[in-house]
Design a protein around this ligand. Sequence first.
Ligand SMILES: C[S@@+](CC[C@H](N)C(=O)[O-])C[C@H]1O[C@@H](n2cnc3c(N)ncnc32)[C@H](O)[C@@H]1O
Length: 161
Amino acid sequence: MLPARRYSSVLDVGCGLGVFTRMVAPHCDSALGVELSSVAVEQAMRLSENVPNVAFAQGDILQIDSVLRDENAFDLILVADVLYYLALLSDEVLTTVTRSIVQRLPPGGLILLVNHYFFDLDSQSRTVRQIHNAMEASPSLQLVREQRHPFFLASLYEKRA
Ligand SMILES: C[S@@+](CC[C@H](N)C(=O)[O-])C[C@H]1O[C@@H](n2cnc3c(N)ncnc32)[C@H](O)[C@@H]1O
């Protein structure tokens, strides 16, 4: 779904073992995975020993500014199967998370949001729809592409100029 271009700096939030972080590595100058679990961060680092342009940091998506430096900006942010793990998942929380990651994007920067999904047929899928709707509601973002398949929903948003 991603435009085939070279990205300069990629952020993968809730990166787990860094599967997507490593996948995007050949297409960017640098990629940073941020992950709540320090155990996962250690494993991601170990699995990425031979990938020089990726780094990992332990941190919470709800406090992403405490992990990133002030000057950190990303032209692509990946958010894959993480937001539905938040204990308090309200529209207010989603709006706050969206705002905190959107401010790290320059105009034209992209967010790829991917989640487990099964066509609104189960409660988990309805939660996922809520997550994607909340991101789409951001006045700073424009939905540029969406794919629905069993069992995932993927939305690509671009930051407006
Ligand atoms: C299903 S895994 C997805 C991992 C990765 N994004 C992928 O698609 O391979 C969900 C990950 O989100 C992490 N996570 C959950 N809550 C988080 C939070 N508040 N901040 C950062 N990461 C979180 C979990 O520790 C877990 O590694």
